[in-house]
Design a protein around this ligand. Structure first.
Ligand code: NAD
Length: 452
């Protein structure tokens, strides 16, 4: 059976796409991928399912459904890198551009052991609808290199970044596709990326990436923008619910670019951080962790393991710690059918991309636990990236206060759109966020029509 809404179908003479049929036969018996199955991954299935649910609710025309789902362009690159010990290792990287209709594409670059084409495709799709929800003039993109950044030296990471940047050079550009930080990448990698691109074209091009250091054309506030955006969303949602941040007990999974900022900024605004975790383990303190202490431990030791604050627990325990607000800020598919029954909170705020599986979503809804979806909750990153790109193009810098107040305004407007659409269509916030994004991109695609 073709999946609902997937183009093609039994006997219509067109190529079969999506799940089922050949996929199972070929995957099961020979580990091969069926024609049209190249995007598949667990995360792509989640993204596709969410897209189709919203498209069904909107009664989206079949033609638009077909045009809006699958990525428009993707590039897979294999490249050799010399390790510090003199050996040569081949790394695989990807860049996926989901929608070319809205402007240049925009999306992060991640370094992680599970990076795949299907993962990048799902994340690129979400970037498209996230940008549309926030009315940013971009389509979505995503890229990454499959590697374990914790086992690579700074020199090796520099060689990987520079080679990856030159491998994807043909499809990126300030008016074509603008990379940004994601998991295990940050200002340092963006500086190497910008330098590599600039060397290739022969002059400095700061606007080729966002999330750069300030002195290279970065913007005030970008480093903390995703985490701060999560905090602004939480404040706006609490205002909407008539609640107060000072009364919230919060657990945060992930203590990197995003999670550490969320924990620090929420604590600074009066919330009680009852648990945090990273890949090395977790810390729980029902009366609240001292965030400055935890931050300085991580500054010195890199990981949370061994930190004397709170009680040490496993990294998975943090997801089940009793709290008001649970903020998954690490990886995808962390709340699943297996552990969601033990989640003990009132609100889940998706700082990470795709941290809740569709099965877990249903179970949370059945228990009355609201989810602030990733499309909105972590949109602060791309919003401030947009501000950085605008400043680079104009060669004119804004102050940190200007960036922060514009970000806060933009996210509050985004939440308003989500809440209003949820009420109008009688759907949850996740479906509403998708519906707003899909309608906007669908309208643009309809008006641009089909070339030739
Ligand atoms: P990061 O690499 O800086 O941090 C990830 C954190 O998660 C680290 O502390 C790591 O130790 C921890 N972690 C990894 N595996 C874990 C596990 N099994 N249990 C608990 N902790 C674990 O990455 P980041 O940039 O903070 O990104 C986190 C999430 O936020 C990702 O889903 C990313 O796509 C999303 N996001 C990031 C940005 C951005 O601007 N960096 C923007 C939007 C969305």
């Amino acid at each position: 059976m073709a999946s609902p809404g997937s183009p093609g179908g039994e006997g219509d003479g067109r190529e079969r796409r999506g799940t089922g049929g050949w996929d199972e036969v070929l995957d099961g018996e020979a580990g091969l991928v069926a024609p049209g199955g190249e995007w598949r991954s667990a995360l792509w299935r989640t993204a596709q399912q969410r897209f189709e649910r919203a498209a069904d609710r909107l009664d989206l025309a079949p033609e638009l459904r077909e045009r809006l789902l699958e990525p428009r362009r993707s590039l897979t690159v294999n490249f050799p890198v010399r390790r510090d010990d003199g050996t040569v290792q081949t790394f695989t990287g990807y860049r996926v551009q989901h929608t070319l209709t809205m402007g240049p594409t925009k999306g992060g670059v991640r370094y992680a052991p599970a990076v795949s084409l299907g993962e990048c495709a799902a994340l690129a799709l979400w970037m498209t609808f996230k940008c549309a929800l926030l009315e940013l003039p971009f389509g979505g993109a995503k890229g990454g290199v499959r590697c374990d950044p914790n086992r690579l030296s700074a020199d090796e990471l520099e060689r990987i970044t520079r080679r990856y940047a030159s491998e994807i050079f043909p499809i990126i550009g300030p008016d074509r596709d603008i990379p940004a930080p994601d998991m295990a990448t940050g200002e340092r990698e963006m500086a190497w990326f910008m330098d590599t691109y600039s060397q290739q074209v022969g002059h400095p091009v700061p606007e080729i990436v966002t999330g750069k250091p300030l002195v290279l054309g970065g913007t005030a506030g970008r480093k903390f923008a995703t985490g701060l955006g999560v905090v602004y969303c939480i404040e706006a949602v609490l205002d909407h619910l008539g609640d107060d941040l000072g009364r919230q007990r919060v657990a945060v999974q992930g203590f990197g670019n995003v999670g550490a900022v969320v924990a620090r900024e929420l604590a600074a605004r009066g919330a009680t951080i009852v648990a945090v975790s990273d890949v090395s383990g977790g810390l729980v303190a029902p009366d609240g962790l001292d965030l400055p202490d935890v931050m300085s431990w991580v500054g010195e030791h890199r990981f949370l393991r061994g930190c004397p604050a709170g009680r040490a627990v496993s990294r998975t325990d943090v997801l089940e710690t009793p709290c008001d607000i649970l903020v998954p800020a690490a990886l995808e598919h962390q709340l699943t059918a297996r552990n969601v029954g033990r989640v003990d909170c009132r609100l889940v705020v998706e700082a990470a991309n795709g941290p809740v599986t569709p099965e877990a979503d249903e179970r949370l809804a059945a228990r009355g636990i609201a989810v602030v979806p990733d499309l909105l909750a972590n949109a602060g990153g791309v919003t401030v990236s947009y501000f950085e790109w605008v400043q680079d193009q104009q060669k004119y810098s804004w102050t940190e206060d200007e960036v922060a107040s514009r970000l806060q305004r933009q996210l509050r407007t985004g939440l308003r759109r989500v809440v209003d659409t949820a009420e109008q269509l009688d759907v949850d916030w996740r479906a509403a966020a998708h519906c707003v994004g899909i309608e906007r991109v669908g309208e643009a695609a309809r008006l641009r029509a089909i070339y030739p």
